[in-house]
Design a protein around this ligand. Sequence first.
Ligand SMILES: *[C@@H]1O[C@H](CO)[C@@H](O)[C@H](O)[C@H]1NC(C)=O
Ligand SMILES: *[C@@H]1O[C@H](CO)[C@@H](O)[C@H](O)[C@H]1NC(C)=O
Ligand SMILES: [Ca+2]
Ligand SMILES: [Ca+2]
Length: 642
Amino acid sequence: MARLLCILFVLATYSISSSPTLWNDKTIVADSSRGSGLASAAEVFTNDFIIKLKPDVEKKYGDELARELEFINHGQIPTSDELYHFQHNQVKSVAPSPSFEHLLRLQLNPKVESVYQVKGYDNRLKRGYKPKLLSHRYKGMDPLYPDQWYLKNTGQAGGIPGLDLNIREAWDLGYTGKGVVVAIMDDGIDYLHPDLRDNYIKEASYDFSSNDPYPYPRYTVDWYNSHGTRCAGEVVGKADNGICGVGVAYNAKVAGIRMLDQPYMTDLVEAKSMSHKPDLIDIYSASWGPTDDGKTVDGPRRLTLQAIVHGVNKGRHGLGSIYVWASGDGGAYDDCNCDGYASSMWTISINSAVNNGETAIYDESCSSTLASTFSNSGEPIPGAGVATTDLYGNCTLHHSGTSAAAPEAAGVYALALEANPSLTWRDVQHLTVLTSTRNLLTDALHQWQTNGAGFSFNHLFGFGVLNAGNMVKMAKKWKTVPARYRCEAGRTTKQYIIPTDEVLVLEIETAACEGGNNIKYLEHVQAVLTLDSTRRGDVTINMTSPMNTNSILLRKRPRDDDNSQGFTRWPFMTTHAWGENPKGIWTLRIAFSGNMPQQGILRECRLILHGTQEAPYADEIVSSDELKLAAITEMEKEEASI
Ligand SMILES: *[C@@H]1O[C@H](CO)[C@@H](O)[C@H](O)[C@H]1NC(C)=O
Ligand SMILES: *[C@@H]1O[C@H](CO)[C@@H](O)[C@H](O)[C@H]1NC(C)=O
Ligand SMILES: [Ca+2]
Ligand SMILES: [Ca+2]
């Protein structure tokens, strides 16, 4: 079909050069519609070539020539006895640029007079037939769409153009979240809202706050319970209906899981929420966590941990539930590694950047954050908040915090899962590391660094801001990563004094379980520590990998004056050594950072590595750009061999 169209196109606009066989733009051009008056959108080149043989060359030479140069000869073009249609299987059937290698191979043959590579175009549609993939192209008919700068940043509200999630590219490729279910675990959803009701899936919804199937938000005068409704609109707000804005994955389904609105949180409510309908729900989005007061150290309890582990192992029919977590709003006073939900390996913790690429006032930093999306700055800048749905059919321009960042990520992952429904929970994390970009994100305190595998990371933003276009393209061709192993690389229960004025340095040399659960390519690394101190908030902990990547496991928390609880087998997690080879010496540095002299004891330390034995993308990991390239090339190779 495609080929036929191309030939017709060639015939319609054909004008072959009669100039001699030279390597110049007259002979080696992909067929051009110059002067033909045809509108040409983005250029697309096919794997079809039109060959004109020299006048004195015998007709039967076409086959011989094709064999010699490894093309397929589809024979003469009906209306001409000197033009041949050649095809090459190693040339992509759709490519943005011509294949000069193949053009040259043909052109250099002495019997060939000239060569054209056939262009494709898409302005021929079956009448009355709508292509499935592009059944709807977003038209921008939602009144708040112009305010949704995080979808497409053109400089609204003083932002920097281009600082966005590159959503339009994913939509234009046809991905809008179809077939994917995202659950909002929150204070309920206004599922009667005209911008949400069509995408609401009641079969996957539940109210665990009051144990009934109707997770409708409880009314309060101040609309306190608007949080879940706002998050839902960011993911699935309906497109082009003239109401509010549009969701990142506007054709996905949203489930309401009401679980934040009862007098006390319980392990049971959390566990039931996070394991609700795990074969129906693909992505669970959570914009909550332990109190962000800068002095809490808390995380999932027993049943909830079991629920999460069950989710990643058994959810989505074994591919693994995707848990997306807001990294927290505790600002510079807090550290999200003290939040056991955000810092879990099984959740994807998402921070936020402002529309000019800077850190928001409320952003917490920690080494477990995987990536970022966008939200408000924390200052009252009109238009710089997140536009979405609000209670009782209303809309708002003021959704905020990392609460607004996590649902954007859930939406992007819904697009990725539509592009490739067989992605596992780990594939989604790998894709995040590979396709997030630094863009123009800057944090005043923490510089961007490059790890030993070549990935750029930042202590506050993780591996950068999500890029939906890049992610769906890579997801489409993704091959599931190799098996994951767990290796306890070192353990000590010896007691070490944390000195008042010096740094406790602990070196752990590891062969990374060579001969057993050997890990050569890291994913998550955990330092599980038990320590006591006279002031927990003054304890700071760093860990350096054998490839010399420094992760800050714990920063100073000036408000945390605990002197009794300390940390008990607390898993400090870092994503910063992703892709590195863990064999060698790991260095743990623990010190006090306050103004008053303090004392402490490290009682137990375990270093746990998680990752693969086989290379997840390519054999050689060199630099991040090369790595990203290697991943793409590997996939292209595969595509070529199909
Ligand atoms: C919300 O919507 C209701 C119904 O349309 C309307 O009466 C009310 O004024 C709106 N409230 C706000 C705060 O926009
Ligand atoms: C941890 O690393 C940070 C950033 O490099 C540095 O400022 C700090 O002094 C380090 N702390 C320790 C205890 O090594
Ligand atoms: Ca809408
Ligand atoms: Ca926090």
